[in-house]
Design a protein. Structure first.
Length: 213
């Protein structure tokens, strides 16, 4: 049996350093996804999303292992957005957040594999929201990302620097949704030691200007 693949170690897009912003090209990847809105600390929809995503993700893993390709279930990820993105920085208001929680699935797995995993997960234990989960490809392309170490609520200053200083200085503008990758489990890791990749899709300012010509 080949070694178990750990995508956190093998994929460049799961690598970042604290105190360093970098621009990179993020290739397309497929995910298990569930949408929702509201404060993740108090929202029932958020907890239900996680309680549905993980059982399906593990059924996919076991199916892949049975086919001879084992892997570590990738870290939880989230897309976050709002009508006014200042609720993530200057006016941090979690009640106004919208989100998509995600777990990446290896490229060799298919929609048919997902359907079978969802059915198997449902048979083992009633999932809270099976109707909300989907299997979808995300293409972000050019992005800026960094690593935040510490509590989630301390991200605002880093995001403000990314949004208002680094990105404009590179001749870029934000596009797409703010993306977070959770490399630590908050149930097991002290808040000051949590590691979170903060990612923002971008595009050249010139590209926007050209659309008006």
């Amino acid at each position: 049996m080949p070694d178990k693949i750990d995508f956190k170690k093998s994929l460049d897009e799961y690598r970042s350093k604290a105190g360093e912003f970098r621009v990179l090209q993020v290739p397309a990847a497929q995910y298990l996804m569930i949408d929702g809105a509201g404060d993740p600390n108090t929202s029932d929809a958020y907890q239900q999303a996680l309680q549905t995503l993980y059982p399906v993700a593990y059924k996919l893993k076991f199916a892949s292992k049975a086919q001879g390709r084992d892997y570590v279930v990738p870290p939880l990820e989230g897309l976050w957005w709002a009508e006014d993105m200042a609720v993530f920085t200057e006016r941090r208001d979690k009640s106004k957040w919208s989100w998509t929680m995600m777990l990446m699935a290896p490229a060799w797995l298919t929609g048919a594999d997902f359907a079978q995993a969802l059915e198997a997960a449902q048979e083992k234990k009633q999932l809270p929201c099976p109707e909300r989960i989907r299997f979808e490809t995300l293409l972000e392309g050019q992005c800026v990302q960094t690593l935040h170490i510490g509590p989630y609520d301390d991200e605002a200053g880093i995001l403000a620097t990314m949004h208002h200083e680094f990105i404009p200085a590179q001749g870029l503008r934000m596009t797409g949704k703010h993306h977070e990758i959770y490399l630590g489990d908050p149930r097991k890791v002290a808040p000051e030691k949590l590691r979170t990749i903060l990612r923002q899709p971008v595009e050249p300012l010139q590209q926007k200007e050209d659309t008006w010509n």
